[in-house]
Write a protein that binds this ligand. Structure first.
Ligand code: GDP
Ligand code: MG
Length: 160
């Protein structure tokens, strides 16, 4: 199982849908942190694996976002073989990204750092910032345009 994590609006669901290739029903509708968790069977360059999207707090009170996001992210990461930590390379890092990175550095689950929205050169500054997160080299990706999928595949393959 591969988990897709990161703050809202970085493109997690866009990446999930690209990997799964279709829209999927909710698999867990319990209230709380797992409310909008989606899981599906993904295929990338002939490799099949299960993938989990995390979400479900966008329309809630922003004041309590970090706590709920942390609980959901930690649960997803704990149950995963590897996690794709997605950030928005165009927007650059924000304090929430840095907070998530701090939790992830203490995790035993392998983390693959993904610089999304990096089509063209618009993400270059954000990608350079991301080396400082201490989570390895970022994979440059455009989930929307399907760029960087071979590099993503190479990073994921050892963990699946
Ligand atoms: P999530 O909240 O992390 O699940 O993010 P979404 O997948 O819902 O995407 C948030 C917004 O970012 C949407 O408007 C997407 O169309 C946009 N987006 C996602 N991936 C990309 C990308 O690779 N490039 C650009 N430019 N926009 C993207
Ligand atoms: Mg989403």
């Amino acid at each position: 199982m591969l988990a897709i994590i990161g703050r809202p609006n970085v493109g997690k669901s866009t990446l999930f849908n690209r990997l799964v290739g279709k829209k999927l029903a909710l698999v867990d509708d319990r209230p709380g942190v797992t409310r909008d968790r989606r899981e599906g069977e993904a295929e990338l360059i002939g490799m099949k694996f299960r993938v989990m999207d995390t979400a479900g707090y966008e329309d809630d009170d922003p004041a309590s976002l970090p706590g709920r996001m942390r609980a959901q992210t930690e649960a997803a990461v704990a149950g995963a073989d590897a996690a794709l930590f997605v950030f928005d390379a165009r927007a650059g890092l924000n304090p929430l990204d840095e907070e998530i990175a701090r939790w992830l550095r203490t995790s035993d689950t392998p983390i693959i750092l993904v610089a999304n929205k990096a089509e063209g050169k618009a993400g270059d500054a954000g990608i350079n910032e991301a080396y400082a997160l201490g989570l390895g080299d970022p994979i440059q990706l455009s989930a929307e345009h399907g760029e960087g999928m071979v590099e993503l595949f190479d990073a994921m393959r050892p963990h699946l």
